[in-house]
Write a new protein. Structure first.
Lengths: 114, 111
């Protein structure tokens, strides 16, 4: 069973729509991550939350807006996306700051922008 | 020079053989290393992590780390067709737990 749950699994939206991706982890972790992955490429880090505070923003365009309501929930709000934003969006969680503690990924949301 | 380098493959091995996947990295200060398996259309799945020099074994998988030579490898013994996937090497960066991935090696195990 995946202990990091992402919804929805698939999302198709137009460039003018507003939607949100959701992630929930049941592992008691205190760091959560958003990654974007294009076909045949490795995941690219977008945002890191550590103890519910945004600690890393990898210069992501403002049309992506993260939110961490509590230690087990992570959202990614989407607005005015472009076709090139179509990708697999992955959420991950881990213990922050501890060496050797791996990140565990959810199943991802496959996003298509029309 | 990329921070983490892997051969993109595809690496093709016959069923039952040992598959050897290699990864080199540029930052000597790196401490933690991870191998993820990713099936086509799926998310990365953690296979192994290692942070001490030497070997770490888990079932058919062995991770090897040599910090002096700055490489980490993954051996898969008795390879099965179900092992066919892309294998991602990653290390933990210095900034806030950021994972730095290699480009991935595509492994194909032929029956």
């Amino acid at each position: 069973d995946t202990e990091v749950t992402q919804t929805p699994k698939h999302l198709v939206m137009g460039m003018t729509n507003k939607k949100s991706l959701k992630c929930e982890q049941h592992m008691g972790h205190r760091a959560m991550y958003w990654y974007k992955q294009k076909a045949k490429k490795p995941p690219e880090l977008m945002f890191v939350y550590s103890y519910e505070k945004l600690s890393i923003n990898e210069s992501v365009p403002s049309r992506f807006s993260p939110e961490c309501p509590n230690s087990s929930l992570l959202n990614l709000h989407l607005h005015a996306l472009q076709p090139e934003d179509s990708a697999l969006y992955l959420c991950a969680s881990s213990w922050p700051g501890l060496e050797g503690q791996p990140q565990h990924f959810g199943d991802g949301t496959r996003l298509s922008i029309l | 020079q990329k921070e983490v380098e892997q051969n993109s493959g595809p690496l093709s091995v016959p069923e039952g053989a040992i598959a050897s996947l290699n990864c080199t990295y540029s930052d000597r200060g790196s401490q933690s290393f991870f191998w993820y398996r990713q099936y086509s259309g799926k998310s990365p799945e953690l296979i192994m992590f290692i942070y001490s020099n030497g070997d770490k074994e888990d079932g058919r998988f062995t991770a090897q780390l040599n910090k002096a030579s700055q490489y980490v490898s993954l051996l898969i013994r008795d390879s099965q067709p179900s092992d066919s996937a892309t294998y991602l090497c990653a290390l933990r960066g210095n900034q806030g737990g950021k994972l730095i991935f290699g480009q991935g090696t595509e492994l194909s195990v032929k029956p």
